[in-house]
Design a binder for this molecule. Structure first.
Ligand code: C5P
Length: 221
């Protein structure tokens, strides 16, 4: 980690969960806390980057200088905010745990319980990573995350290619102390040619490892 080696970069970061409303009081969500993404935002800002942090609902936040936080709720909110800001950014790091599906309809009134089972129809959310990858210009570097419970490397490589990412960070929820909600994480960095494995370490140190790789792959703008 070099002091200010990210000066002049504008980094778009997505972090945290998305919540998909069912009615005025209920939603579908996931266990992401945004901790890894906030660590990345703070590490990048400390190295001189201007960071736009699109943050899903979480109890965590950051007050660090150099970070503009935009609070979003649903996958669609995050998608629109990301698509709007991507053209102004030099790099993107997508760690949000974006819901793949949302309820087809958001009920205006609280859904009443009824006799027997209940069905909720879900529709697919747009893939933010895929859209940013598709519209990426030559200078833009795009990093995605993969959280896999099985066939990690194979699935991560498949995502790298399908979403046109430059790098993918693979973390396994099966590793003790890694991923959702933990203070530490253990990652592998995967690109088209190689896999680099790292030790279990605090998320801020993991963030610096990821940023070191960004600088190594794209030393100048
Ligand atoms: O396909 P999967 O959800 O496993 O891909 C994970 C990567 O794609 C992460 O970087 C995540 O932030 C991103 N993603 C996204 N929009 C979605 C789904 C995933 O940006 N709708």
């Amino acid at each position: 980690a070099q002091a200010h080696d990210l000066k002049d970069r504008r980094i778009l970061l997505t972090a945290g969960p998305t919540l998909e409303d069912l009615d005025p009081v209920r939603f579908l969500g996931n266990r992401s806390t945004g901790r890894m993404g906030i660590a990345l935002a703070e590490a990048a800002a400390a190295r001189g980057a201007k960071v736009t942090l699109l943050l899903g609902p979480t109890h965590l936040s950051t007050q660090a200088a150099g970070i503009e936080t935009i609070a979003v709720r649903s996958a669609l909110d995050m998608y629109h905010a990301a698509v709007e800001r991507w053209p102004d950014c030099t790099d993107g790091i997508l760690c949000a745990a974006v819901a793949d599906y949302r309820p087809e309809r958001v009920a205006e009134e609280k859904i009443k319980k009824q006799a027997g089972p209940m069905r909720i129809d879900l529709v697919r959310n747009p893939d933010i990573a895929e859209e940013l990858g598709r519209t990426k210009t030559a200078g833009q570097y795009l990093i995605g995350f993969a959280l896999e419970t099985e066939n990690g490397l194979e699935n991560a490589r498949d995502k790298l290619l399908r979403k046109q990412l430059d790098l993918i960070v693979l973390n396994s929820p099966r590793t003790a102390g890694a991923a959702f909600g933990h203070a530490t994480n253990q990652i592998q960095l995967i690109d088209r040619n190689k896999v680099t494995s790292f030790e279990l370490k605090p998320k801020l140190a993991v963030a610096h490892d990821i940023l070191d790789r960004l600088v190594a792959d794209k030393p100048t703008l």
